[in-house]
Write a protein that binds this ligand. Structure first.
Ligand code: FMN
Length: 172
């Protein structure tokens, strides 16, 4: 692996955290990283809900079946898209833009020494409706994915899942 790309290969899903909170300046840096992602026609449909309330984090953990680590996390983002603002009001563009923002936030968290994991919401209808209800989101707002964040209490090896057979050159 190319050492210059350690910031990419070193990003791993971190699901255990210390009790330490994440400071406001760091939260702002993560949000800025998310909102520097590519976006179709720069429509920037992303809207990000920051969750630090313990009761809300615990409720989010109940809604997301593979999000139990939120009970230990001091912070979560719910990355949403505004369908009215997406390129051509297209759900596909919204999902692509928000996914790019989520990955940027994961990479930024890793670069800042935090641990994070992407928690799927869309397209699971029960998760989408549960999250919308919990946070009182309006109709046009679509929660795409959550990110559980905190100071890491586990370490994982840098890696790539590169497989040459997944690559085609010039012709399929
Ligand atoms: C769309 C999406 C949804 C995911 N949902 C969950 C989830 O609900 N819970 C979880 O623990 N990890 C979730 N993950 C993280 C993956 O399990 C993880 O990225 C994958 O196992 C590769 O491991 P790595 O992130 O350490 O490289 C999700 C990842 C993506 C891209």
């Amino acid at each position: 692996m190319n050492e210059k790309l350690n910031f990419i290969h070193g990003r791993r899903s971190i699901r255990q955290y210390t009790p330490e909170t994440v400071d406001e300046q760091t939260i702002r840096s993560l949000l800025e990283a998310g909102m520097s992602a590519p976006s179709a026609r720069a429509c920037d449909p992303w809207r990000i809900l920051v969750v630090t309330d313990r009761a809300k984090l615990d409720k989010l953990a109940e809604i997301l079946p593979y999000g139990k680590m939120l009970r230990m996390a001091p912070l979560a983002f719910v990355v949403c898209g505004d369908l009215n603002q997406a390129n051509s009001q297209s759900l596909s563009y919204l999902l692509q833009d928000c996914s790019a923002a989520i990955e940027n936030i994961l990479l930024a968290a890793h670069a800042l020494g935090l641990g994070a994991v992407w928690l799927g919401i869309h397209p699971r209808e029960d998760r989408v409706s549960g999250v919308k209800q919990l946070f009182g989101m309006p109709e046009e707002i679509i929660p795409v994915g959550a990110i559980s964040l905190g100071h890491p209490a586990e370490t994982k090896e840098a890696r790539t899942r590169f497989k040459p057979e997944y690559v085609h050159y010039d012709q399929w």
